[in-house]
Design a protein around this ligand. Structure first.
Ligand SMILES: C[S@@+](CC[C@H](N)C(=O)[O-])C[C@H]1O[C@@H](n2cnc3c(N)ncnc32)[C@H](O)[C@@H]1O
Length: 201
């Protein structure tokens, strides 16, 4: 089954059938492998639909998620899934979570969708992303996400040098990270600079 089929089966709006049917799985399936032991941290559990999706997609991944609302554990068992209850803007909480997860290959922010929260989580977690890893931010269309301002802050923080002042037109930037946009999804890759140095030799 493709990731989108698994998403649709589990009822998450990351797929193409349920709620707003964002179709993000069409992107994730190109970046996140269906095999291998890597670490994925998702911000936002809600009813656990995406957690079940990830587990079916690749049972071998080191899967963790956070949510501010302890009631999420009424929908998904903390015995079966690594669920951490806390606020995505709480630095100490996130640092404690990363002590448990280890360095991160993928982070997906599907939490509050508030611009300030998105930026804060990014500023805390970006240093824990492995070279070659990805940080995804969903639902930039949400009013509270304040998309243009959020993109600018993240672009500045991850030290991109943009060839354009219009991030929506930008697919590639020069520097230690690459920022691109797919509809309402922001994708920030932490470039592996040792690789690019080797390639230049
Ligand atoms: C869109 S839902 C997550 C959906 C889930 N990822 C899926 O695809 O099935 C957003 C979740 O973010 C949580 N949330 C909201 N504000 C938060 C915050 N400040 N820190 C952590 N989680 C938050 C909410 O409690 C809610 O469960």
């Amino acid at each position: 089954m493709t990731l989108t089929e698994i998403a649709n089966k589990n009822g998450t709006d990351k797929g193409t059938e349920h709620y707003e049917a964002h179709g993000y799985t069409e992107v994730y399936d190109k970046y996140i492998p269906s095999e291998g032991n890597y670490t994925l941290l998702e911000i936002g559990v809600w009813h656990g639909d995406s957690m079940r999706m990830w587990k079916q997609y690749n049972p071998n991944m080191n899967l963790h998620a956070i949510d501010i609302d302890p009631r999420v554990t009424n929908h998904i068992s903390p015995d079966e899934f690594n669920i951490h209850i806390g606020d995505q803007t709480d630095e100490k909480f996130l640092e404690d979570v990363v002590k448990l997860t280890g360095p991160l290959d993928f982070v997906i922010d599907d939490g509050s969708h508030v611009g300030e929260h998105i930026v804060k989580s990014f500023e805390i977690l970006w240093k824990h992303i492995k070279p070659g890893g990805y940080y995804f931010i969903e639902d930039l269309h949400a009013g509270q996400a304040d998309a243009m301002n959020t993109i600018k802050k993240i672009k500045d923080f991850s030290k991109n040098e943009s060839p354009s002042d219009y991030p929506f037109l930008m697919a590639k930037v020069i520097g230690p990270s690459t920022l691109s946009l797919y509809r309402k999804l922001m994708i920030i890759k932490k470039e592996d600079e040792s690789n690019s140095r080797n390639n230049q030799q």
